[in-house]
Structures are given as C-alpha cells and as structure tokens.
Design a protein around this ligand. Sequence first.
Ligand SMILES: NC(=O)c1ccc[n+]([C@@H]2O[C@H](COP(=O)([O-])OP(=O)(O)OC[C@H]3O[C@@H](n4cnc5c(N)ncnc54)[C@H](OP(=O)(O)O)[C@@H]3O)[C@@H](O)[C@H]2O)c1
Length: 267
Amino acid sequence: MREGHSSFDLSGKTAVVTGASRGLGQYLGRALARAGADLIVTARQADDCAEFVSEVEGLGRRVEALSLDVRDQASIESFAKAATAAAPRIDVLVNNAGCNVRKPSIEISWDDWNLVLDTNLRGMFFVSQAVAKQSMIPNGYGRIVNIGSYTTVAGFAGLAPYCASRGGVRQMTMALADDWGIHGITVNCLSPGWFKTAQNKVLYENEEWVEYLCDRIPLKRPGQPHDLDGAVVFLASDASEYVTGQNLLVDGGISTGATRALPKKEG
Ligand SMILES: NC(=O)c1ccc[n+]([C@@H]2O[C@H](COP(=O)([O-])OP(=O)(O)OC[C@H]3O[C@@H](n4cnc5c(N)ncnc54)[C@H](OP(=O)(O)O)[C@@H]3O)[C@@H](O)[C@H]2O)c1
C-alpha cells in the first residue's frame, strides 16, 4: 500500500464486473468506480451496458463494455483477450453474472439444471481461470470476488439448482484461494441476501411475500442498492489483503436462521 493512501482506495486499478447490464452488477460496479477503479463491464450483448457506461464515464472513470456469455467457452476466451488488450492489468474480477430458475424441484428439467449450473458455477470457474491466466498470475496480483448468495449456507424451497450452484461457488472459492494465493491472488465470496432486481421482480410484486420475507430478516428489510458497497470495496481492495477463501454474507442477517421470540400467550 502506498503511504498516505487509504487501503480502500482503488485509484489506478482496473476491475472487471460481469453481468453489468442491470441489477447487482451495476450496484457493484458503481461502488468500485466511486472508490476510484476503472471498469470493464460485460453482458451477453455489450450494448446493453451502454447506459451504465455513460454513468461511469460521468464519474470520471475509464470504462469499456465487452460481450461475454459465460456459458460459451469461445466467448470467455475472446472476452479475456479483449479485456487484457483493453487494460494493461486486471486487478479485480467480480464474478456477478448469474441466473435462476424458480420451480418446485419435482418440475426441474435437465435443461433447467444445466442452465443454472453452467451459468453460475462452470461459467464463474472458467472466467476466473481465463483472467487469472492472462492477467493476474503474470502480474502477481489479483482480487477475485465471487458473487454467491445467502443460499451458499442455506436451502430455499423452489431453488434447488440455484442453491446447488451457490454451495458450489462457496467451495470453489476456497479451492481457488488455495490454488492461487501463491500468485498474490485473493479469492473471496460476497453473498447477498434478498435484493429487488429483475431476477426476483415477480416475488416483490406479492405484498404478502414481502411481509413474510421482512419478518424473517433480522434487520427487517430487503437489501438496498448501496448495501453491498462496503463489502465489495473491501474485498476488491488492499484493505482485505490478508483475507482469502472467505464468504462474506451481506443479507440483513437472514442466514442466521431468523429465529423469533414466541408470540405472547393470551391471558
Ligand atoms: N437479486 C438478489 O436478491 C440476489 C441475491 C443473491 C445473489 N444474487 C446473484 O447476483 C447476481 C446478479 O443478480 P441480479 O439480481 O442483478 O440478476 P439479474 O438482474 O437477472 O442480472 C443478471 C446479470 O447476469 C447477466 N447474465 C445472465 N446470464 C448470463 C450469461 N450466460 N453470460 C453472461 N452474463 C449473463 C445478465 O446480463 P445479460 O442478460 O444482459 O447478458 C445480467 O447482467 C446473480 O448471480 C444472482 O444470482 C442476486
């Protein structure tokens, strides 16, 4: 760390954020840009990041949008080449691209399972491998932040493939931390609770469900766009230089098991 600089300062660093066409990817990218990082943002169609690119440029940061389909090996390879051509070094990788299929387990098809696991787990692994190989290992430095979920540590009905993928992300994070620590790369998992985005919009349209959810969250509300800022900047910066293989839950406490006092007895 340079003397006189905050260890949370990301000035001069380049961060890749996958899945930044909407939702959490934009929350995370915004926090990193505000902390000083230049960005490379991705979506399956780079153009879908155009509005976000203008916003980040407005913050005075350099930003490039690249196309990346994490389910497609050739796309990962060409993304990694384009990213290393766009930036001399990639300091931070936030693996945020992901998807979900919400169905009773009895109705999950072979294709549903593959879609979720290929996107959330296989994709995350091979994007990490490509960025590590092309940039972080040669540079001897990297911060990889894998976006998990509170389902890294809990189950949830109707989300079996998703929970399986997130449990896998947590274990993979520990394995990669062990593999790549020697190269100066930390690998951690940032696990959000419930945030209102396109991925779960339909649930938030149901008032009864929101009430039920908030009752089970110790802090009594879903996540707000700024709630991940501190955690992502911490894990992306030198403030976390001795932290690797960990799972940081930012979930209002829902993963605690959300115990409540018994209702008072009448009379
Ligand atoms: N919202 C929550 O409460 C919550 C909680 C915990 C964890 N998460 C996780 O956080 C991440 C972002 O969630 P979100 O709620 O912001 O979801 P979202 O609104 O559905 O956004 C998902 C992002 O991932 C990208 N993406 C999807 N499939 C992709 C693929 N095959 N290749 C590349 N990019 C792909 C999408 O880009 P394009 O469609 O434009 O390609 C989009 O930018 C996900 O991994 C999600 O599981 C969300």
